[in-house]
Write a protein that binds this ligand. Sequence first.
Ligand code: TEU
Ligand code: CA
Length: 581
Amino acid sequence: MKQLLLYVLVTCAVLLSTGGSRGQQLPAPGPAKKPGWWQETVVYQLYPRSFQDSNGDGIGDLRGIMARLDYLQSLGVGTIWLNPIYASPNDDNGYDISDYRQIMPEFGTMQDFEALLRGMHERGLKLVMDLVVNHSSEEHEWFKQSRSSRQSPYRNYYYWWPAEKGTPPARYSTFDVSRNAWQYDSLTNAYYLHYFSVKQPDLNWNNPALRQEVYSLMRFWLDKGIDGFRMDAFQFVAKDPTFPPMPGLNETNYINAYNHGPRLHDYLQEMNREVLSKYNIMTVAEGAGRNPTEAMLFVDPARRELNMTYHFEAVGVGNTPERYQLTDLKRVFTRWDSAFAQKGWQSIYLGSHDQPRMVSKFGDDRPAFRAASAKLLNTFLLTMRGTPYCYNGDELGMTNSRFASIADYRDVAALNGYQLVKAQGGSLPAYLQSLQRFSRDNSRTPFQWDASTNAGFTTGTPWINVNPNYTPVNRAAQEKQPDSVLNHFRQAQRLRQQHRVLVHGQYQLLDAANPNIYAYTRTLGPARVLVVLNFSASPQSWGVPAGLAPSGQPWLNNYPTLAAGPFLALQPWQAVVLPLH
Ligand code: TEU
Ligand code: CA
């Protein structure tokens, strides 16, 4: 099982030590400074391929998104992060880019993009684009040139190892069918490096010409008016071009080993000087740093690099064969919060296009508990310090798709993992079972708009099957129910906008050892709130600590009532936000 997990885990779940503060004694917040807009926004991550198809080809597109702008605005979120929409042969759903300045024809045209950006700005929504520059597609013109000859001016845009030097020192790849990150290319008798699939050759950041190309394409989009970048796999971009042997490197530790290569921060500081500092934008690096200390290097304002990062440790807590322990989740979130209490900023998320659905993993997606637990998780995301990220569909409590057959999967990670298990004579049924829990395709199924065919996503055949639970779980039904997951999300998000304490307030964990209840306070000057979350399917009684007397009605409650007193009697998955005296 452990071995199988490795094939399917699609996170950079860095294996972090468990040390660090338990957060009981937190330092006072730093001096008041005008916050950046990116601290006070809520980000909605939108997976364009699965959001809304406008022309019946079964693939979501920009005009589809445009048709849903009023819905996005109705959520109250401030920023939309679009997964890649650039030209791509789609080996890895757009994370393999063949032209950074073109829109993928399946998604639309540059005119469509410009209209979409205008439409968002008119509604007060900001737009953040994915920036995928650890690697390109093998179909990018740079790579075609690079591969054509050892003399090509583009040769050093990528990493090549001449075969006359022998086999290159071992490097592992995340998606490769044999896990080898070196691919032999007979045209020039050399190997090229690919940390991801064989069709995603790694770009050579040691080459200043390549870096200038990246800065130039960043300006291209920023000058169109976009509001920032989510920087894909950025912790991997820095590499020692001599590729020294890495003793002890293996299939489980390579992600850590590749993190934080030489000159990574030189590149970021250069990028900041040349590009980022010239715009009022949001920048977030994916997976940056193996621990909070390393992550701080990216976001310490004095270093002039990025605004925030997001780590994998919390989502990694749920990626275990057994169900996760709430105490682990609390420890991880608390440790990261305390590391950023004085300076820097972080992202808060539980789901993404690389993760299974948050309600299936951290909540309870059985019909009796799905809605309550989804509301609880949204309460959590929207009451933590940091910028919350809502992955599209999580505002409805969409669940894992749990496909039965490999033919239903589309993700290169799942398909190549299957080939690998097969080649090694492993158990394919066991692999399929693990995909039902961990595959990235669980969260990539079409958005569930209504109860019509294909959930209102397309009039054609969807590129990936719709989750069959779309008849009970869809947006149209939830619009009609005042207490739906959707309306609760809107309420929670409004609450965050109204109360700065929920954005900037100091976080203090309570009752750290409680295996069922996640409780914390947020404090900003005189403003103080208590958040109590019952992460279990059974009723729980929780004794309110002395000095934390709630005043008045809950600000937010996912049940109609709360039995309060010296003990809170919490219903299954009940989540309450209580103002304090
Ligand atoms: O992910 C990079 C990353 O390291 C992981 O979270 C990734 O899912 C895992 O290593 C692959 O199993 C980013 C994107 O979010 C992901 O969708 C892309 O597939 C990947 O980069 C390559 O571009
Ligand atoms: Ca389409």
